[in-house]
Write a protein of this length. Structure first.
Length: 97
């Protein structure tokens, strides 16, 4: 997937990144798929990173405790804007557990 993104034309790249972003929850639970999401996050496309973050926020407490998805959450915090990071942290802090 990463090589496909690198070799894609700009419209193809945008479509691939969007498809990965909306399917984040499938990818982050996979031992290899989580690397794909981390790769996309490192490209720092703000719209795509925001979609990924929103997907992660839907179940952030459970995902942060899992081996593969926790790595994606860490990368998400490294590669996002302060605004998105604030939303992620608020999502974690708002959970009573």
């Amino acid at each position: 997937m990463q090589k496909c993104i690198d070799a894609a034309s700009p419209p193809q790249k945008k479509a691939l990144m969007h498809a990965i972003a909306v399917n984040t929850l499938v990818f982050v639970k996979n031992p290899f798929g989580n690397y794909v999401v981390q790769f996309v996050l490192k490209l720092k496309n703000q719209q795509v990173n925001q979609i990924i973050s929103k997907e992660l926020m839907s179940d952030i407490i459970v995902l942060s405790k899992q081996k593969f998805s926790s790595n994606v959450i860490e990368k998400c915090l490294e590669c996002n804007t302060k605004e998105i990071n604030s939303q992620l942290v608020a999502s974690i802090m708002g959970d009573p557990s």
